[in-house]
Design a binder for this molecule. Structure first.
Ligand code: ADP
Ligand code: MG
Length: 389
């Protein structure tokens, strides 16, 4: 689960990670009131969406008067913001975070991640933080320092020294920097986060350390023990089809291709998407209907495919290991009667009672094309999508 910057900064404050003074606002007048209350001479208004790259997309603006803050908030709130991290449609801005402008000396990058390869938590840092970090990662990977942590809680002094050297921290910041690392590690463990990223972490001209941006990803599997964090979920930031799928208990990820896929098993779903790609098509989604695909879930999947205007064909790939192919066929035929798809449907059944399933399709006289052989079926789904376009 992703959090908004304002939610992440509130959590940072609780753990003692320094952030600029600020507050969230949901209307332009509230935004200018926040600026007046914060005081100072300059403020930054930041669109709250579940994506980065806002700075380059007009989602982070410096203002020199409370009225200016209200104007920028008015331009952002109620509109969609598109950045290089959002899809082409952007994400809806329902709130802005207004904070005091900082006098930036240097912009650094610091994150703490669940490092799957090393099976531990790792700090990742770079002295070249800010909006160009992706470029640094690809052109100068040696400028990025990674320091793995031992399984024991806490941040040993050597970790702070290695990171401090990598970030060219100076003596006056040493203590504040070690405390910040310790607070970050505590925050990571206490919230069961999978990623905490501060980009930029700044050193102000006055020598202060501040987290200017805050990105927190929480481990969905741990949300059961964090009711307070689970309540911070903002469904408006997800694809509506994904929300609908989650309600129906489907494991669905929206993609931008034209071939809708319905597969049982995550691994087979990945292989199916690869095969579609190999045959020259593009999957419209990842969908694992699970080992116990019921007629209701199959119908729900067809309903979601129908709402996607990009879909040109549907490819159903079922391996009947635990699930019986004739039951799946029954589900598909029932789904067809409820939500007749507008596009060709290609089905490949293999395994338990596949023969019966294929016969049921033939007898149903519905426009369902049963193709034997995975490669052939994928090819057919790609061709059908091309013909329907
Ligand atoms: P994003 O990562 O989505 O682009 P950031 O929060 O990192 O958004 O902001 C982008 C840039 O805007 C930062 O790299 C920084 O240069 C500037 N910025 C952000 N907040 C402030 C602030 N409070 N004071 C001054 N500059 C800021
Ligand atoms: Mg940032």
């Amino acid at each position: 689960m992703n959090l908004h910057e304002y939610q992440a900064k509130e959590i940072f404050s609780r753990f003692g990670i320094p952030v600029p003074s600020g507050a969230v606002a949901r209307t332009p007048s509230e935004a200018s009131r926040v600026a007046k209350r914060l005081g100072g001479a300059a403020w930054v208004v930041k669109a709250q969406i579940h994506a980065g790259g806002r700075g380059k997309a007009g989602g982070v603006e410096l203002c020199r008067s409370p009225d200016g803050v209200g104007e920028v908030a008015g331009r952002l709130i109620g509109h969609r913001l598109r950045t290089h991290q959002t899809g082409p449609d952007g994400l809806p801005v329902q709130a802005v975070w207004v904070e005091q402008a900082s006098d930036i000396g240097r912009e650094l990058y610091l994150s703490l991640v669940v490092d799957r390869a090393r099976e531990c938590l790792s700090f990742i840092a770079s002295s070249e933080g800010g909006m160009e970090i992706e470029t640094v990662a690809s052109t100068h990977p040696e400028r990025i320092v990674t320091v793995p942590l031992l399984p024991d809680p806490g941040v040993p002094a050597y970790v702070a020294r290695v990171l401090g050297r990598g970030l060219r921290m100076e003596a006056p910041q040493a203590t504040a920097f070690s405390s910040l690392l310790a607070a970050l590690e505590q925050c990571m463990r206490a919230t069961d986060a999978s990623l905490i990223e501060i980009n930029p972490l700044i050193v102000t001209r006055g020598g202060e350390l501040l987290a200017l941006d805050a990105k927190v990803n929480l481990d969905d599997n741990a949300l059961a023990r964090h009711a307070d964090l689970a309540a911070l979920d903002d469904a408006s930031q997800r694809d509506p089809a994904e929300n609908e799928a989650a309600r129906a208990g489907l494991n669905y990820v929206a993609l931008d291709g034209e071939i809708a896929c319905m597969v049982n098993g995550a691994g087979l779903a990945m292989a199916t998407m690869d095969l579609i790609q190999l045959k020259g098509g593009r999957p419209a989604n990842f969908l694992d209907v699970g080992g116990d695909a019921t007629a209701e879930r199959v119908t729900e999947a067809f309903r979601i495919f129908r709402t996607n205007p990009r879909v040109r064909s549907v490819f159903v790939n079922i391996f009947g290991g635990i699930v019986r192919c004739d039951l799946i066929a029954d589900g598909i035929i029932a789904a067809f009667k409820e939500v007749a798809p507008r596009v060709p449907v290609i089905v490949q059944l293999e395994g338990t009672r596949a023969e019966e399933g294929r016969r049921m399709f033939a007898e149903s006289r519905l426009p369902i094309e049963a193709v034997s052989g995975l490669a052939l079926a994928a090819e057919r789904a790609v061709r059908a999508a091309g013909e329907a376009a």
